[in-house]
Design a binder for this molecule. Structure first.
Ligand SMILES: [Zn+2]
Ligand SMILES: [Zn+2]
Length: 322
C-alpha cells in the first residue's frame, strides 16, 4: 500500500446530524423491505447501502492519510473528535504520541472539532500544526478561551508547535511528500498534493474552482496533474453553484471536467451542503452520472480522447487505498 485515505468528516459548513423524523422514516422503509425480502437479518443488513442507515454523514471536514510509516491529519472539523478517540488506543493515549495536523484554512467547519480532540489535552503528546497561513497560534488561542471554551490555551497538556508551509513548495513528512497549492475560496485556502511510492492524491476542499482552465490555474495547475485520486468540493448541485457565485464552493461537474481533461483516475466528491438531505445528495450524484455519460457520448461522437474517470460521492467513514 502506498497511501490510505479515510474520510472522518464530509459535510460542509456546519455539522448536520440526521433528524429524528428521517431516522423514523428510514426504519419504517427498511423494516417493510425486510419483510418483503425473505432474507435472514444478517444477509439483509449486509446488502443495505450506506444511505439506508447512516447516509452520507454529518461531521465536518477532517481526513487522515496513512503511508506505511507516517500519518497525517488534514483539518479539524467535527470529524476529528472520533479520530482522536481512536488514536487514544496508540501512543497518544499514553502521552507519547506525535501528530502532524495540516490545515487548509480556518473556517469554523475545519476547526470546530479541535476542542474535542482528546490527544491535545494529554501531557507528553506533541501536535505539529502546519499551514500556509501565518500566525496560527493566535487562531488556536482564540478557540481555547472563555467564553467559547472552558479550558484555556495555556492549560492544554500537549506541546503544540507551529510550522509555516511555503506555497507550492514540497515538504517531506516521513515518506509522504506534501505540496500546498492555492484553491479558490473567499479566505485563502490551500489544497494539498500528497505523494508516496509513486501514488498521488490531491485534496481540493474548499474551492469554487473559478480558475478551471489550464491558463487560469497557472502555478496551481500541478495540483490537478498526474493524480491518482482527487477529493473535490461538491457542496452544490450544478444549478445552485451557478446562483452562489463567490460563495467559495463548487459542484461535481466542475471537478469532473478537470478530471477528464487532466486524466485524474478517481474522484471522490465531498463537503456536502448542510441543507442537503441524503436524498438530495444522492440525486445530485445521479445528475452528475447523467452529465458524465453525456460527456462520454459527446466525446465518442466527435472522436475526442475523453479520459474515463472512476468517481462517486463520498460518505463518512469511507476509506480509499492507493
Ligand atoms: Zn469548509
Ligand atoms: Zn471554507
Amino acid at each position: 500500500m502506498a497511501l490510505n485515505v479515510k474520510l472522518w468528516g464530509v459535510r460542509g459548513s456546519l455539522p448536520t446530524p440526521l433528524k429524528p423524523q428521517v431516522i423514523e422514516e428510514r426504519i419504517r422503509q427498511t423494516l417493510s423491505s425486510f419483510k418483503e425480502s425473505g432474507k435472514d437479518i444478517e444477509t439483509f443488513v449486509k446488502g443495505l447501502s450506506h444511505q439506508n442507515y447512516g447516509g452520507f454523514g454529518g461531521n465536518t471536514a477532517c481526513i487522515d492519510v496513512k503511508s506505511d510509516n507516517h500519518h497525517l491529519i488534514i483539518d479539524a472539523g467535527s470529524g476529528i473528535r472520533q479520530l482522536g478517540a481512536e488514536l487514544l488506543a496508540g501512543p497518544c493515549g499514553k502521552g507519547q504520541g506525535t501528530i502532524d495536523l495540516l490545515f487548509t484554512h480556518f473556517h469554523w467547519d475545519h476547526l470546530v472539532g479541535l476542542p474535542f480532540f482528546i490527544p491535545i489535552f494529554i501531557p507528553g503528546n506533541t501536535i505539529n500544526v502546519y499551514s500556509v497561513q501565518p500566525d496560527v497560534e493566535t487562531v488556536f488561542r482564540h478557540v481555547f478561551q472563555k467564553p467559547y471554551f472552558p479550558v484555556p490555551y495555556d492549560r492544554l497538556g500537549a506541546k503544540i508547535n507551529y510550522h509555516a508551509l511555503k506555497p507550492r513548495e514540497s515538504k517531506m513528512f516521513g515518506d509522504i511528500q506534501v505540496t500546498p497549492y492555492q484553491l479558490d475560496h473567499p479566505d485563502p485556502c490551500w489544497g494539498y498534493k500528497i505523494e508516496n511510492s509513486g501514488k498521488t492524491f490531491s485534496y481540493c476542499v474548499d474551492t469554487e474552482c473559478t480558475r478551471a482552465s489550464r491558463i487560469d490555474l497557472g502555478p496551481d495547475l500541478p495540483l490537478y496533474q498526474d493524480v491518482d485520486l482527487m477529493i473535490f468540493d461538491a457542496q452544490y448541485t450544478f444549478s445552485e453553484a451557478m446562483e452562489k457565485i463567490d460563495w467559495g464552493h463548487a459542484s461535481a461537474p466542475v471537478g469532473l471536467d478537470i478530471a477528464m481533461r487532466e486524466g485524474i483516475k478517481k474522484v471522490i466528491f465531498i463537503h456536502h451542503d448542510p441543507a442537503a438531505s441524503d436524498e438530495k445528495i444522492a440525486n445530485a450524484e445521479k445528475q452528475t452520472r447523467d452529465y458524465y455519460n453525456a460527456c462520454l457520448k459527446e466525446g465518442q461522437r466527435n472522436n475526442l480522447a475523453i479520459k474515463e474517470v472512476e468517481w462517486e460521492f463520498g460518505h463518512e467513514g469511507m476509506e480509499i487505498k492507493l
